[in-house]
Design a protein around this ligand. Structure first.
Ligand SMILES: C[S@@+](CC[C@H](N)C(=O)[O-])C[C@H]1O[C@@H](n2cnc3c(N)ncnc32)[C@H](O)[C@@H]1O
Length: 354
């Protein structure tokens, strides 16, 4: 820990380091990061070369390794977002293929693994980010996952509080909703949060940043990494040109939609969601996923760098891996601007209630 950075933070499931970035920018020394995915680990190390990184599954990090990296000192804050794919709306139980079940169960137990590490490190504050739908998902016995998490924390002396965060209210040019769990074992802090859960979270801002405004800050010919565009075939380009602001494939004139023959007759193929989706320049971006979307005012898909800008990453943030891997790392991340505001709030809680 350095003198000008009075608090320590550590992370599991760190990904490319979006959550960590917010803490690094405030009064926190990052003690270590962790991820089992090589590309995420390479990205994390490129941005935080001074931070110890455990590139392996969380389950394989031993008590001795944690004692060594923390110098047997208490960690102030632990952050992490166990993988959330198993809780998203698309993966409701009817849609999970049988072959996927084992993998899904494994993902669910990762949040329990995280709690085991909390027990070892005894941080004053724990933050856990996940998809909003986690709040409605139930296990096979019909028990809510949020309750399972709450009880597991309670067993080790932590009270849990949670809030749905709409990222566009925190200087992130994106309408992304996530749930943040804040757990603490500090009595004074529990009392403060019992008064009002919102006490644990940063205040929303009235200012909304639109995708048009955010993307105006980056030029096509700017010399930045991960700022390459796909060259589209004339047929694709014609479709892109005909998508209105905020529209998608279904907004194309029928002459440009895909056709197929059914029962000897030509029918128009229907598509949903993000297919040929163009952002609206006067609104924050839709949730960034690993599906590429069309620029709000230019007739091309976004570059990974532009997706990172919509995620509020600084322009110079480094990403490693191929195009698909980088877009996945960005889509997985906690938007750094929100992380910064959350870190500031946590700093306030530590200063005044811990
Ligand atoms: C939602 S992402 C985390 C994003 C990160 N919080 C950020 O802000 O950039 C979850 C990460 O967990 C990692 N992961 C999955 N299983 C893991 C395991 N068993 N041990 C460690 N990391 C794991 C994935 O590779 C992925 O990068």
């Amino acid at each position: 820990m350095s003198k000008d950075k009075p608090y320590t933070v550590a992370s599991f499931f760190s990904g490319c380091g979006g959550f960590d970035h917010g803490f690094e920018k405030n009064d926190f020394s990052v003690l270590f990061g962790n991820d089992s995915w090589e590309d995420a680990a390479t990205t994390f190390r490129a941005n935080y070369p001074q931070v110890k990184f455990f590139e392996k599954p969380i389950q394989d990090i031993t008590e001795e390794e944690l004692a060594e990296v923390t110098n047997n000192m208490q960690v102030d804050v632990l952050i992490g977002g166990p993988p959330c794919q198993c809780f998203t709306r698309l993966n409701n139980n009817h849609l999970i293929k049988l072959s996927e079940l084992k993998k899904e169960d494994n993902r669910r137990t990762l949040s329990q693994e995280y709690i085991k590490k909390v027990k070892l490190l005894k941080p004053k504050i724990v933050l856990m980010e996940n998809v909003r739908d986690l709040l409605h998902r139930k296990n096979q016995e019909g028990k809510l996952y949020s309750e399972i998490i709450r009880e597991a924390f309670k067993e080790i002396g932590y009270e849990t509080y949670c809030k749905i965060i709409s990222m566009d209210k925190y200087d992130v040019p994106q309408k992304r909703k996530r749930v943040i769990f804040l757990a603490t074992n500090v009595k004074r802090l529990m009392e403060f949060l019992d008064e009002n859960v919102d006490n644990g979270f940063p205040k929303e801002s009235n200012r909304i940043i639109t995708s048009g405004e955010a993307l105006a800050k980056i030029k096509d010919n700017e010399s930045l990494s991960n700022h390459n565009f796909t060259i589209n075939e004339p047929e694709t380009l014609e479709k892109i040109r005909n998508i209105p602001p905020g529209g998608y494939y279904e907004d194309l004139p029928d002459s440009l939609k895909t056709k197929k023959i059914r029962n000897g007759k030509e029918v128009i193929v229907k598509r949903y969601g993000s297919y040929y989706r163009r952002l609206h320049p006067d609104e924050p971006s839709r949730t960034i996923t690993n599906n590429y979307v069309i620029h709000p005012i230019k007739d091309r898909y976004l570059s990974n760098r532009e997706m990172a800008i919509l995620h509020s990453f600084p322009k110079q943030y480094k990403f490693k891996g191929n195009m698909g891997s980088v877009s996945q790392q960005i889509a997985n991340a906690v938007p750094p601007k929100f992380a910064e505001k959350m870190a500031k709030r946590v700093q306030f809680l530590l200063d005044n209630y811990c």
